[in-house]
Design a protein around this ligand. Structure first.
Ligand SMILES: [Zn+2]
Length: 153
């Protein structure tokens, strides 16, 4: 089975996201190409299926949890910004230290000083990402909801 090279554009055509020239071309092509016509038919059937599907009703506790998660979202952006600023500050510190190291000002004397430098570099790693904890919190909520569903059955 050989696939038509235009079949990847049928989805964009279906979503009305192609420029007028391409739209006219694809309309002509759809009359000649069985594979693309089938793809268009498949997309239409999928849309109908999704529109007919019932929207699930969320339990009130799940809605409260979602609202709390939305309230946390702006704070999450702030944490991300703070993390980036901290990393930028760490980079400036490391570059400054490197420059001082080159000029022999800050280099400690004796062997084994490389170990100290490597230890200091490793401690510049950011601590556990707050974003991860929010995501794992959401995952915990989903698990809690699933377990509530299981207990009701
Ligand atoms: Zn085709």
């Amino acid at each position: 089975m050989s696939e038509c090279k235009y079949i990847r554009r049928i989805s964009a055509y279906f979503d009305n996201e192609v420029p007028p020239d391409e739209r006219r071309f694809l309309e002509r092509h759809l009359g000649e190409c069985h594979a693309c016509a089938q793809e268009l038919e498949r997309l239409g059937a999928l849309r109908s299926f999704l529109q007919a599907a019932k929207t699930p009703e969320l339990p009130p506790e799940t809605l409260r949890r979602l609202h709390r998660a939305c309230a946390l979202a702006p704070a999450r952006g702030l944490v991300r910004l703070a993390t980036r600023l901290t990393l930028a500050a760490a980079a400036v510190l490391a570059i400054s230290f490197g420059w001082l190291w080159q000029t022999d000002v800050a280099r400690p004397p004796g062997p084994g000083s490389d170990v100290l430098w490597q230890t200091m570099s490793a401690t510049l790693e950011p601590e556990a990402d707050a974003e991860t904890s929010v995501e794992s919190q959401v995952a915990m909520w989903v698990v809690d909801d699933l377990s509530l569903e299981a207990r009701r059955d």
